[in-house]
Each structure stands twice: as structure tokens, then as C-alpha cells.
Write a protein that binds this ligand. Structure first.
Ligand SMILES: Cc1cc2nc3c(=O)[nH]c(=O)nc-3n(C[C@H](O)[C@H](O)[C@H](O)COP(=O)(O)OP(=O)(O)OC[C@H]3O[C@@H](n4cnc5c(N)ncnc54)[C@H](O)[C@@H]3O)c2cc1C
Length: 460
């Protein structure tokens, strides 16, 4: 009982959506896996297993797979399904079945709750709009207690109840707290197993039939860009062994990448940011590289999560700061040197070879290097009739083709490039006003563009 009370104590990482003690008639503990699509280093799953062990109840995980996730394409679905295969195997090792339901996640969860009668339901947090909507529907539809664990950040989002102004305002707060939260994650195993067949059956987790059943179109799969926790671990090992020591000096070079290339795996929750941060912190690498990798992974990433969690207009130009909106309006009628339609951008048919190469890298490989992403989005602003149109085109193309698209980092990146989010005013110039400008000469000075163009052209 004492252990159960400890597990139910309020915590910065745990939000109580429906209060109360676990239902004594409940038959299991249910974990609703939404964003944290992994079977290890998952605080929400760990809490569900610890509660199951304290209550002497088995634990089940439910995942609702919708074919209608806004903006998701074939490449994202395959990546997600590959991740679920790894998650199911890790869950199995921990004595927890994964129940897959087809349909809108909130409806799937409520269907499984009805069939399984859990004593308590545990979910994971996800700040984007569809996640918030599903969580509200599930909260309204349940009769038993419900808690959400903020397990895809290092420092819990609840510490930052307001929208942060910039990296410089959130950084000292994160630095004050991160030692408390940068701790290894215990991964308990469920002691009690289901002894009779479950009252409800999940869909079979087989990638090809599911891809067929989902009938998703759009941006095709990317050969060799695999989802899942195994691939995330492989990339982390490669990063620590081959790239981290050069991260500070070479991370802005796209050929070859010196970054982790873990953003899509982080987006789908195939790996925990805590796992990555702990590994980076204890790596044998120069301190400046360690500091700069932790800055991107924790400060920048969690600033982006704060923006999406606290600003309801995170995916519109209107969510950007007033100074930027004003200056963009003041320059709305400035003549543009080039005008391109969305289709021309999508087809990489501009006059700028570097821009076209970045666009092609994204459509073919599902990624684009961070430095080029900044340039890419800023040029869309320069070559469209107005900032709203630019914002819409940049976000649509980013979300369609980037494997890590539809992420808080993407909304923030586009808002930074086009709407000055988290940035400051710069010297005034045409079209951009005081929003920071980037030009082709600058990017050619910074990057080895010839090597990059040759590399992209070899992609086919
Ligand atoms: C216009 C634009 C669009 C972007 N769209 C996306 C997107 O859709 N999805 C996405 O995840 N990121 C996006 N970013 C942010 C950044 O470019 C990527 O996170 C980064 O390039 C991913 O590569 P990596 O995993 O090798 O990063 P690493 O350098 O290895 O960094 C490790 C992790 O830190 C985080 N990170 C790194 N850079 C940033 C940053 N600038 N802001 C916030 N977090 C960061 C990411 O989670 C990343 O995986 C965008 C940036 C811009 C300017």
C-alpha cells in the first residue's frame, strides 16, 4: 500500500487528468502509447508496470493507428510501423502485450478500456494539436483514474507554464534543473501476466498488410531510412563513436553529416531524449562538443516543445512575435526578385542550385541538414508574394517530406526562419524587414556547396 501511495504521489513529470485511486474491481493497468513508441526507457510504461506490480495486476499497452493523421504520408507510416515492431518485441520481454487498434486513437483507447476494465490508465504527453484533442476525448470518456507522463523531454514541460521568449530565457532554468532529471531510467518487468485470452483482440502487427489496409498515399518510402528503437540505438552508437567529437566544429557541414540524425526517431519516440542525453554526457569527447550537443537536444528541443505546448497558433504566422509581424507587414509590398508557386518549390525548379539541391535531398532522403533548412525556409519567404503564403508552403513541404516532420521542432524552425520566433531584430532590409536574412553568397562561404551539390546530384 505504501508503495502504491508513493507511485500515486503528484510529480512534475506526471499530470493527473482524472484523479482517484485505482478501481479495486479493475482487471489490469492500461498504458495508452501515443507519442513514446518504445518499450524501454519510457516513463509512462514504467509507471504502468510499477503500478501493475504494486496492485498485483497485469499490464497491457494499447496503440491506436489512424490512417488520417494530418500531413502524414507513406514514408511516415512505414517508419512508424517499423517502430511498433521493435516496441512490441521490447514490451513482450517485459511481460506486456501490445494491442493495436485501427481507428482514431481516442476511439480505439475507449474501445479497449471497455473490453479490459483497467483499474487505472496511464498515457504519455504530446503537445501537438491532434494529441491534445485525443487526450481530451479519452479524459471525458473514462470512469477510472487517468494520468499522463511527460516522458519525451528531459526537464518536464510543467516547469514552464508560460511561453518562453527565447533560448536565453529557458536555458538558465533548464540548466538549473537538468541534473535532477538526467538520471538513468529503471525498466521494471511486469510480475503478473494475463492468464486467460484477452477479452479483445488487437490487429496483427504485420507491416505490409497494414500498409495495404491504411491506403495512405503521398510521399513514398525512403529506402534505408528505417524506423524503430534498434535503428535509433545504432544511430546513437554511431554518433557517439564517429561524430560527437567533431560535433562542435563540423555540425554545420552537410557532407558528410556530423550530427546524430536522430530527429525522426525522437519524433516517433523510438528513443528517449534522456537515453541520448545520458550517453552524450558520459561520452569520451571534447567538452565543447558535449555541451553543444546537449544544447540542441535539450535546450533547443525543449524550447520548441514549450512553444507548441503554450502557443495555440504554433503552426501559423500569427504565432510569431509582434515585432516580426509588424516589420513583415511593413515590407509586404516590396518587390520580390523571383516568384515561385508551391508546385515549383516542390519540384525544386527555382534558379538557385543550392536551394534546389536542399529540396531534392529532402524529397529523396526524407531529411535536410539544419543549416540548409534555415536557408531553404528563408528563401521561400523571399520568393513568395507574402509571409503567410511562405509560412504555409514551408510547413506543408517540411511536413510532407521530412521524416521528422509534424514535430514541435518543425513548427518552431519555420516560425524562426519566416517569423523571427525566438530570434531578435536584425538590420532592416527589403522583404524581410528586421527578420534575419540569409543569402546564397553567405551559404556558399559557410558550406562546401560544390561537395553538397555533387552529393545530392548522385542521389539520382
Ligand atoms: C525551417 C526548419 C525546419 C525544421 N524542421 C524540423 C522538423 O520538421 N523536425 C525536427 O525534428 N527538426 C526540425 N528542424 C530543426 C533541426 O533542423 C533538426 O532537428 C535537426 O536538423 C535534426 O538533425 P539531427 O537529429 O542530426 O540533429 P542533432 O544536431 O544531432 O541534434 C540532436 C537533436 O536535437 C534536436 N535539435 C537539433 N537542432 C535543433 C533545433 N535547431 N531546434 C530544435 N531542436 C533541435 C533534435 O531533436 C535533434 O535530433 C527544423 C529547422 C528549421 C530551421
Amino acid at each position: 500500500m505504501e508503495r502504491l501511495d508513493r507511485l500515486l504521489e503528484p510529480h512534475a513529470r506526471v499530470r493527473v487528468a482524472r484523479p482517484g485511486r485505482p478501481d479495486p474491481e479493475g482487471r489490469c493497468v492500461l498504458y495508452w502509447m501515443q507519442r513514446s513508441q518504445r518499450g524501454r526507457d519510457n516513463g509512462a510504461l514504467n509507471l504502468a508496470i510499477a503500478l501493475g506490480n504494486a496492485l498485483g495486476l497485469p499490464v497491457a499497452t494499447v496503440f491506436g493507428l489512424t490512417a488520417d493523421y494530418p500531413g502524414a504520408e507513406r514514408r511516415h507510416y512505414r517508419f512508424l510501423l517499423e517502430g511498433l515492431v521493435d516496441a512490441a518485441a521490447d514490451l513482450e520481454d517485459r511481460g506486456v502485450p501490445l494491442l493495436l487498434g485501427l481507428g482514431r486513437p481516442d476511439e480505439v483507447v475507449l474501445r479497449f478500456v471497455k473490453a479490459l476494465s483497467p483499474a487505472i490508465v496511464i498515457g504519455d504527453e504530446n503537445p501537438v494539436r491532434p494529441g491534445v484533442f485525443w487526450r481530451e476525448r479519452v479524459t471525458e470518456g473514462l470512469s477510472m483514474p487517468l494520468r499522463f507522463v511527460d516522458t519525451d523531454v528531459v526537464v518536464p514541460t510543467s516547469f514552464f507554464p508560460n511561453e518562453e521568449f527565447a533560448a536565453r530565457t529557458i536555458r538558465p532554468k533548464i540548466h538549473r534543473l537538468w541534473n535532477e532529471y538526467l538520471k538513468p531510467i529503471p525498466n521494471p518487468v511486469a510480475k503478473t501476466r494475463f492468464t486467460t485470452p484477452l477479452a479483445v483482440e488487437g490487429a496483427r502487427l504485420e507491416i505490409e498488410p497494414l500498409m495495404e489496409a491504411l491506403k495512405v498515399g503521398g510521399a513514398g518510402e525512403v529506402a534505408g531510412y528505417r524506423g524503430g528503437s534498434r535503428e535509433a540505438e545504432r544511430r546513437l552508437t554511431r554518433f557517439l563513436g564517429e561524430r560527437l567529437s567533431r560535433y562542435e566544429s563540423e555540425r554545420n557541414q552537410p557532407t558528410p553529416y556530423m550530427t546524430s540524425e536522430l530527429s525522426a526517431h525522437l519524433h516517433f519516440g523510438h528513443i528517449s531524449p534522456l537515453t541520448i542525453a545520458l550517453a552524450i554526457r558520459s561520452a569520451d569527447a571534447p567538452q565543447e562538443s558535449i555541451a553543444s550537443a546537449l544544447e540542441e537536444l535539450i535546450v533547443r528541443r525543449e524550447l520548441a516543445i514549450n512553444f507548441v505546448a503554450r502557443n495555440p497558433r504554433y503552426d501559423q504566422l500569427a504565432g510569431c512575435p509582434d515585432w516580426a509581424l509588424k516589420t513583415l507587414r511593413a515590407h509586404a509590398n516590396d518587390p520580390r526578385p523571383f516568384h515561385y508557386s508551391k508546385a515549383q518549390f516542390e519540384d525544386a525548379a527555382t534558379h538557385d542550385h543550392v536551394w534546389n539541391a536542399a529540396q531534392r535531398e529532402m524529397t529523396i532522403t526524407g531529411r535536410m541538414h539544419n543549416y540548409l533548412r534555415m536557408y531553404w525556409a528563408k528563401k521561400i519567404l523571399e520568393w513568395t508574394p507574402d509571409a503567410e503564403t511562405a509560412f504555409g508552403i514551408a510547413l506543408e513541404l517540411n511536413d510532407r517530406y521530412e521524416m521528422d516532420g509534424r514535430d514541435p521542432n518543425g513548427y518552431t524552425g519555420v516560425a524562426w526562419a519566416i517569423g523571427g520566433k525566438h530570434d531578435r531584430p536584425w538590420p532592416e532590409r527589403p522583404i524581410f524587414g528586421t527578420v534575419r536574412y540569409m543569402n546564397e553568397a553567405g551559404i556558399r562561404r559557410k558550406l562546401d556547396c560544390e561537395a553538397y551539390l555533387a552529393w545530392v546530384s548522385a542521389l539520382g
